[in-house]
Write a protein of this length. Structure first.
Length: 477
């Protein structure tokens, strides 16, 4: 009896002593992948399973990289402890590829460690041919010159006279912005920028036309077996330097899949002038409409009229524009609500517009603003079936005798084109105060396909010709 009693008493004691002597340590470590291969810029997650004894919380886990210039590794924080059993837990390690080379990721749990060989590769594009075109002030929302630049490797054959390209491989298409005073590539560093700032390039994006997705901005083009694919560039930078008359361009670009592609170009660069040249447009409008919108800016400075002068075939309710339209935003004193008073009206400067100095006997220049979350046009513009002009200066002299108008006008856009003429006749009047108008930005699509190479269609958005259909007031203030 005493023996049995002693056994009952001592067994828990031995069990306690045994457990208390169990070491808090890992017994083994395993990985979901035995080796990692990544492209520079990309990341992968390595799942680590750890078997242990003792208390799991006391089994520390660390990760190191033998060469942290090639890759980095981070243990993800655990929101909730992940255990497969009472003696197993897991961790996730994110490996980020930095630059080309080989290194090792070492994971240690307690006294155990495991090594994951890691190899980083990088796509390097060596270019020796170029086609560069200066489209000038082609993007309406930017005051900088747009350079469309294509750089090709030797696997392509370019025909400069016909604008055709043949071959296979990868080339890079840039949409870069240079100061308006610049007509050739200049030395410097050019980062990505969404707003068309000078000495930058536009990241890649897509537009959808007739159900087909098309790229714009900056992207890589891959041509293999007569198949063309596009990879958008979302960030990066390139540097331009000169060795005599030879241009040296080098940079790192991050693709939409986070891959960092290194490229270099060494060779001559000839810039083809594709800038729009100033012209004189002599208009002959035969009909017009006048919309009164009251205190358009809610600032008690003036009241606003929109005059639409049109050629004979224009129908503002149509989906297409057949002819020409001149839109002029006149501002007058608040006691005029049915007609534009006679007098001389001058287009506001951009500074005056920015300060909302919209006073009587002024004309609001063409501008862009946001309405209901979308960028729309406002102010004074000229449209025809293939293009449009945003006015930045000029004047109009108005004579109004019992609703019979004589409006003499001369307006200039930002490249110096002149739209001029004299309108004589009545203006069909509509009060839009109650509906609180907003100009709809939709006019006949302007397409520009004069790009190079011919295999890559330059999209309308690339050159700033925003698609529009009609010019009507919509929405509520």
């Amino acid at each position: 009896m005493n023996t049995i009693l002693k056994t009952i008493i001592l067994c828990p004691l031995f069990l306690f002593l045994f457990l208390s002597c169990t070491k808090d340590d890992a017994t083994s470590i395993s990985l979901t992948e035995q080796a990692i291969s990544l492209k520079a810029g990309q990341s992968d997650t390595l799942n680590v399973t750890i078997n242990y004894t003792g208390e799991q919380a006391k089994v520390g886990v660390t990760v190191t990289v033998s060469d942290n210039t090639i890759a980095s590794a981070t243990i993800l924080p655990t929101q909730k402890e992940t255990k497969q059993s009472s003696s197993t837990f897991s961790r996730s390690v994110v490996i980020k590829a930095i630059s080309k080379g080989s290194t090792s990721v070492v994971i240690q749990a307690g006294s155990k460690k495991i090594t994951c060989p890691t190899t980083i590769t990088q796509t390097t594009l060596l270019m020796n041919q170029s086609v560069v075109m200066n489209y000038g002030l082609a993007v309406e929302t930017s005051d900088n010159n747009v350079f469309i630049m294509d750089f090709f490797p030797e696997t392509f054959t370019l025909n400069q006279s016909s604008g055709s390209v043949s071959g296979s491989g990868q080339f890079i298409h840039f949409e870069s912005f240079f100061p308006a005073s610049v007509s050739s590539i200049t030395a410097g560093t050019y980062p990505v920028n969404l707003n068309g700032a000078k000495n930058t390039f536009l990241p890649g994006g897509t537009t959808v036309e007739n159900g087909q997705s098309n790229p714009y901005g900056t992207y890589m083009v891959t041509i293999e077996n007569n198949q063309v694919t596009y990879t958008l560039i979302k960030s990066g930078q390139y540097t331009v330097s000169f060795r005599g008359s030879t241009v040296d361009i080098e940079g790192d670009l991050t693709t939409e899949t986070d891959e960092i592609v290194h490229f270099s170009y060494f060779g001559p660069v000839t810039v083809v002038d594709k800038t729009e040249k100033p012209e004189v447009v002599n208009t002959q409008f035969t009909k017009g409409e006048l919309y009164y919108v009251g205190d358009y800016y809610n600032m008690s400075l003036s009241h606003t009229f929109f005059a639409y002068l049109e050629t004979a075939n224009v129908d503002l309710n149509s989906e297409t524009l057949d002819g020409e339209v001149l839109i002029v935003q006149f501002d007058t004193y608040d006691y005029y609500s049915t007609s534009i008073p006679g007098g001389s009206y001058t287009v506001l400067t951009q500074e005056q517009l920015a300060n909302f100095a919209v006073k009587p006997y002024t004309i609001v220049p063409g501008n862009f603003h946001y309405s209901l979350g979308k960028q729309v046009t406002g102010g004074s513009w000229y449209y025809n079936s293939t293009s449009r002009k945003r006015f930045i200066s000029g004047k109009a002299d108005v004579s109004n005798l019992s609703g019979q108008y004589i409006i003499q006008y001369s307006f200039y856009d930002r490249i110096g084109s002149l739209v001029t003429g004299t309108y004589t006749g009545t203006l069909k009047f509509t009060s839009e105060v109650s509906s609180a108008p907003r100009l709809k930005t939709s006019a006949q699509k302007v397409s520009n396909t004069d790009g190079f190479p011919s295999a890559v269609k330059q999209q309308t958005k690339t050159f700033g010709a925003i698609n529009e259909k009609n010019f009507r007031f919509i929405g509520a203030r």
